[in-house]
Design a protein around this ligand. Sequence first.
Ligand code: 4VN
Length: 319
Amino acid sequence: KYGKITATASFVPEKIVKNDDLAQLMATSDDWIKSRTGILERRIATSENTSDLCIGVAEKLLLKSQLTAEDLDFIIVATMTPDYMTPSVACMVQGAIGATNAFAFDLSAACTGFVYALSMAEKLIQTTAQKGIVIGGEVLSKVVDWQDRSTAVLFGDGAAGVLLEASEIPMIKKEKLSADGTKGAALTSGYVKNTNPFKEDDTSFSYLKMAGREIFDFATRDVVNAIDQLVVEDKEKIDFYLLHQANARILDKVARKLKVPRERFLQNMDKYGNTSAASIPLLLDEAVRAGVIRLDGTQNVVFSGFGGGLTWGVMQATL
Ligand SMILES: O=C(O)C1CCN(c2ccc(-c3cc(CO)ccc3Cl)cn2)CC1
């Protein structure tokens, strides 16, 4: 048996922050943000933390299926902004929805988190599990340095996920998960300093910090090559590319390098900004709600996440 996506759902904070709202807070402009990133607005959590958004996704997934929480065997949450180091967001979701038979854990792979988690979850169904949920959820607004306009304008909050159930037909056709830890310093967030009485002081820097140029180049070089190598002979068969929604110009470059029509690259960073692990499932759920993706086993897609770690992942799937 294989894991198949049988439902998708999203849960985003109500508050919409437009580029012009940010221009009131810092030296930026709608023009700059729009032209350099493609972002027009983003959601910002004013009362929710990551667990609240992920619980919302889990509740919607159950409503959309005939399942009860007790039917679930596992819950995986991909996040780089958990409420706590422990309990995991996944355990908070498990407790809130009453999924008493599910084991639960968070997965930390930044913007590649959803692709890593979907790959792991699918293997669980190939081996021991029957049903589970995989959620990408972030409240990046709590780790962003709101004095740093180079990053504060890029990120947003949100959560989305999928229900995976056993199926006789394989969903994942090919996949490649990668990391390069030697470049981890290019995107850091949430450093937890050691303050035991037996050691000298440590750095206390913990806001999100990004070497934008380096990450941008990594995305348009290493990630593009990884996608090209994975799907090379199937390029014409792929209906949609669902890439991490970091920057619209990256989608332009990837489409050009792959020589694939730009329209096949779904996009919604205009509405949500960069939501890290939530970006791919948010895009998928939107496409499903719009009837663009039907989950009827007839469409070929490529998922690709890339970001902190550095991590990147490419997956070719039939949905
Ligand atoms: O000056 C400009 O044009 C700037 C140049 C820098 N930009 C960047 C740079 C990197 C990212 C990014 C972030 C993540 C983390 O999720 C992952 C993947 C990427 Cl490619 C997004 N934007 C914005 C426009």
